[in-house]
Design a protein. Structure first.
Length: 104
């Protein structure tokens, strides 16, 4: 994988993660909760069992913030591996959970 591939994966992750936490925020607010930050949305969503692994989501938030504000090739390589191996499957689970919520 070259630098361009990594940059594309990281950019996709940034957008997908941003959209995911905002969906959580909107869902929570629709249900009467007040949410002011991504961290707050993640913690509350974990408590309400909308997501399965709150710590993983918080780590993904850290990595997302890191990729937006800095660029280091070694960091990019490590984060790309986590995106592919950990974060993408977690986002897939979130998608499935939200589909279930919408169909109930």
């Amino acid at each position: 994988m070259d630098e361009l591939d990594r940059a594309g994966i990281i950019q996709f992750f940034e957008m997908a993660f941003e959209l995911s936490w905002k969906v959580l925020k909107d869902f929570l607010e629709y249900n009467g909760y007040i949410v002011k930050s991504p961290r707050e949305a993640i913690k509350l969503s974990f408590q309400l069992e909308l997501i399965n692994n709150g710590e993983l989501w918080l780590k993904a938030l850290e990595d997302r913030n890191l990729t937006v504000h800095t660029y280091d090739e070694n960091t990019a390589i490590e984060i790309t591996k986590r995106i592919k191996d950990v974060y993408l499957p977690e986002l897939d689970k979130f998608y499935e959970n939200m589909l279930k919520e919408l169909n109930e």
